[in-house]
Design a protein around this ligand. Structure first.
Ligand SMILES: Nc1ncnc2c1ncn2[C@@H]1O[C@H](COP(=O)(O)OP(=O)(O)O)[C@@H](O)[C@H]1O
Ligand SMILES: [Mg+2]
Length: 225
């Protein structure tokens, strides 16, 4: 699904990531850890074509992101749902309207069944908040709205960047269970987090592998977690 081969990335100074190789297989569940500033968000951006590797190759669905034009990138993004680290919403639109925004630019939009939208909003537990403004949501509710927005186009891959960053443990668990459910329905999941308790909680429920960025390299963490 996503394949990195000897990838390096630099914002202009020294290399932030060096010699990174990885294959994210279809249906896999990975966590990405590493200290703040290690490059987790950068890594994710390389995976969805927001950034292009300064060396090496990133292939998504078999296609090199370096060779993709804008239309290609837009097509690819239909199949990658991203929960951004700072999930932003349009506060003059309702939660439901925000969740539907990706459909406006998607060919899936014209065939989308409104009932599926109701189901999706209920699935993330926001049925009662569907008409609220995002500004009225709690941190946990915002993250679940962001997850709904990320999966509204039924992407094959879901990338979540510190989705439990600012929320309490119970809400984190709830969000995790949604991600696990998506994985069990066949989606490929990558979650950046530095919450080791979350990873431990996940490991008892799903077969997840843990990647760690340290010293510019990506390593597969051992079983000690
Ligand atoms: N657009 C940018 N331009 C220059 N440096 C950046 C940019 N974005 C991030 N960085 C730097 O790259 C490093 C890694 O950032 P990031 O990928 O956000 O790490 P993480 O998500 O692991 O905290 C940080 O030192 C950050 O300041
Ligand atoms: Mg980050």
């Amino acid at each position: 699904m996503i394949e990195l081969e000897n990838v390096a990335y630099s914002y202009g100074g020294g290399e932030l990531l060096s010699n990174v190789s990885l294959k994210l297989a279809a249906g896999s569940f990975h966590f990405l850890t590493g200290p703040s500033g290690a490059g987790k968000t950068t890594f994710m951006k390389l995976c969805y074509g927001e950034l292009v590797a300064t060396a090496g190759n990133v292939r998504v669905f078999g296609k090199d992101t370096r060779e993709m034009d804008r239309d290609h990138v837009a097509d690819m993004r239909q199949n990658i749902g991203v929960v951004h680290q700072d999930c932003q919403f349009l506060d003059h639109l309702s939660v439901t309207e925000n969740v539907t925004l990706p459909l406006l630019v998607s060919e899936k939009g014209s065939t989308y069944n409104p009932q599926d939208l109701v189901s999706l909003i209920n699935w993330v537990g926001l049925g009662k908040r569907a008409n609220a403004s995002p500004a009225e949501l709690s941190g946990g509710e915002r993250q679940r709205a962001a997850l709904a927005r990320a999966v509204v186009t039924s992407p094959e891959i879901v990338l979540a960047d510190e989705p439990t960053g600012n929320i309490d443990w119970e809400m984190s668990q709830r969000l995790l269970s949604l991600l696990i459910e998506l994985n069990k329905s066949g989606k490929t999941i990558l979650v950046a987090t530095h919450d080791l308790n979350l990873i431990r909680a996940a490991k008892s429920q799903v077969q997840a592998r843990v990647l760690r960025i340290a010293n510019r390299r990506l390593q597969l963490a051992g079983a000690e977690l």
